[in-house]
Design a protein around this ligand. Structure first.
Ligand SMILES: [Zn+2]
Length: 66
């Protein structure tokens, strides 16, 4: 399910919502304001917090000689 970033024009809070194709557009911010705007789906800044997982596909190359 695609995930979108929203920003509230009232309090300036930024939040994320998962949205399917059948869901209505998000109109309320978590604080209850009804003036939110959807941000572009590709934010320019990625925060790499502690929960960032690195899927390391590099493996130790065991070029064993047979
Ligand atoms: Zn708000």
């Amino acid at each position: 399910m695609p995930r979108y970033d929203y920003i509230c024009r009232v309090c300036g809070r930024r939040f994320e919502r998962r949205q399917g194709f059948d869901d209505r557009p998000v109109v309320f911010c978590p604080s209850g304001h009804d003036n939110v705007r959807r941000l572009p789906s590709h934010p320019a800044i990625h925060f790499r917090g502690p929960g960032f997982y690195v899927t390391d596909s590099k493996r130790a190359d065991h070029s064993s000689s047979r």
